[in-house]
Design a protein around this ligand. Structure first.
Ligand code: NAD
Length: 510
């Protein structure tokens, strides 16, 4: 490995400036604009991410387009075998990848390992792509005529990913797209781009041919160029709602396929017949885990009827949760990704107080011994929250839980359905009837019954609704295979030698 690509995760040694991966080569960017990638627990600069130039973006697209011409014809089992090898390598390097994630994002080591593991599961699905690529067949649709369909790759696909899962979310995208026969350009978050770089290095080691995947760094300008480039075919995006809307409207405006997974405000409905300690334990992990930086985090608990009386017990449990450094196994979660993100969360907490929410636990003034410069926010709980307050309406993306009280399950359903987001939700109850009613009536794409974060495994799809998703086909699973392929339908007739030709048929009637 050259200086350009040398990574020693354990020693915290990374290239001074990250290279780009274009045409199967790691290249030094000629960009003048860079962003420092920092350890959010210490502010130590780990590396710099260059903002790829227009020429570099064009070179990546040109290479991806050229490679597509041969990659699309590589036999499906050959493509899938690369994924088998990749899955093996990712498992072997799981701890190393988690060590990088912990440094650049601050996640606890166990949680960072989960970030990698959830991605490995998608690679396992990519290794089994053949059965998902099967078309449909009907013999004898008319006299001696058969119809059958094929799934063909769409071309150059682009992935734009957020900071909060630097391994899992890129792995939602490029292994499946590439296994389907496409080539792929990854533009990961500029805030934690080292993990994606290591993912691509391992993919190269797994035997991915040159040009099948490209890695670019950057922000809005690089994304916009990819969205409107005449040679890109499909865009997968994961990130915040405003950016998702921009991606969807610009990408579809440029006549591309777009799937845009967006932000969230997820509710857990707590029925009085639920098991109280289960509720509290599950709420803690779902609201404060990963410092609240998960799109499936629970940020609102809806206490129904007598479950209101559990408020103080919830607060007492949250008081015991402390953030800390990833090397400390007692840390429940890590710092926020950036000082700006911490500041945004502190402003949201201040606004909550101003607007009359009852701050039952305030994590604004949080310190962690030995790490005075970390972006720490302590667990925060608001009571007496109403839907008109900003603390309820906005995605805070921090360890902040809002408690809303309602009288009945019907009130809870109305509240959740009135919220514009529709990513995930859960109900805790011991009543099958209540659970069934909730699941059936709720306008949310992923529902947990006594499960706080109902993220589907990769043989299903990640299916947010309403403002949490823009597009038609969702992430991973069969829906992603649909997204990354186009259907060709063949209608075929073979003439037998001894059958005389009939005259021309001038109508479409049989
Ligand atoms: P973000 O929207 O700020 O950035 C996401 C990506 O978009 C990054 O690669 C970034 O460089 C790029 N980007 C930023 N601004 C852009 C612009 N104006 N034009 C074009 N590209 C731009 O998101 P984030 O802060 O990195 O991630 C957190 C958000 O992601 C939260 O809202 C969270 O809910 C959401 N998220 C959603 C899911 C999901 O599956 N629904 C999963 C994870 C995260």
């Amino acid at each position: 490995m050259s200086e350009l690509t040398f990574i020693d995760a354990e020693a915290g040694k990374f290239p001074e400036t990250l290279p780009l991966f274009i045409g199967g080569e790691w290249v030094k960017s000629t960009a003048t604009e860079t962003l420092e990638v920092t350890d959010p627990a210490t502010q130590k600069v780990l590396t710099k991410a260059p903002f790829a130039t227009e020429a570099e973006v064009n070179a990546a697209v040109a290479s991806a387009r050229e490679t597509f011409q041969s990659w699309k014809d590589v036999p499906v089992p050959t493509r899938a075998r690369i994924m088998l090898k990749y899955q093996d390598l990712l498992k072997e390097h799981q701890d190393e990848l988690a060590t990088i994630i912990s440094q650049e994002l601050g996640k606890t080591f166990e949680d960072a390992k989960g970030d990698v593991w959830r991605g490995i599961e998608v690679v396992e699905q990519a290794a089994n792509i053949s059965s998902n690529l099967m078309g449909e067949t009907v013999a004898n649709v008319a006299n001696k005529i058969d119809t059958y369909s094929y799934t063909h790759p769409v071309g150059v696909c682009v992935g734009i990913t957020p900071f909060n899962f630097p391994a899992m979310i890129p792995l939602w995208m490029f292994p499946l797209a590439i296994a389907c026969g496409n080539t792929f350009i990854l533009k990961p978050s500029e805030q934690d781009p080292i993990t994606p770089m290591r993912l691509i290095q391992l993919f190269e080691e797994a035997g991915a041919p040159k040009g099948v995947v490209q890695l670019l760094h950057g922000g809005r300008h690089q994304v916009d160029q990819l969205l409107t480039h005449p040679d890109t075919a499909a865009i997968s995006f994961v990130g915040s709602v405003p950016v998702a809307k921009h991606i969807y409207s610009t990408g579809t405006g440029a006549m591309k396929r777009v799937q845009a997974m967006a932000g969230a405000k997820n509710h857990m409905v707590v029925m009085p017949d639920a098991q109280k300690q289960q509720v509290i334990n599950n709420l803690l992990g779902a609201a404060a885990g990963a410092a609240g930086q998960r799109c499936m985090a629970i940020s609102v608990a809806v206490l129904v009827g007598e479950a209101r009386e559990w408020k103080q017990d919830i607060v007492e449990a949250f008081k015991k949760v402390r953030p800390g450094h990833w090397r400390d196994s007692e840390s429940a979660y890590g710092p926020q990704i950036s000082p700006a993100s911490k500041q945004r969360i502190l402003s949201a907490i201040a606004k909550g107080k101003e607007q009359g929410a009852e701050c039952l636990l305030d994590g604004s003034d949080c310190t962690v011994a030995g790490y005075p410069d970390g972006n720490w926010v302590g667990p925060t709980v608001f009571g007496k929250v109403t839907p008109d307050m900003d603390v309820y309406k906005d995605e805070i993306f921090g360890p902040v839980l809002c408690l809303v009280e309602v009288d009945t399950l019907a009130d809870a359903i109305k509240l959740v359905n009135d919220c514009p987001f529709g990513n995930g939700t859960s109900i805790f109850t011991s009543s099958g009837g209540a659970a069934r009613t909730y699941q059936h009536e709720i306008e949310v794409g992923m529902v947990g019954i006594n499960i706080p974060i109902p993220v589907p495994l990769p043989f299903f799809s990640f299916t947010g609704w309403r403002n949490s998703f823009f597009g038609d086909h969702h992430a991973y699973g069969k829906q992603a295979v649909r997204f990354y392929t186009k259907t060709q339908t063949v209608t075929a007739r073979w003439f037998e030698d001894d059958v005389a030709a009939t005259g021309p048929n001038m109508s479409i009637h049989l």
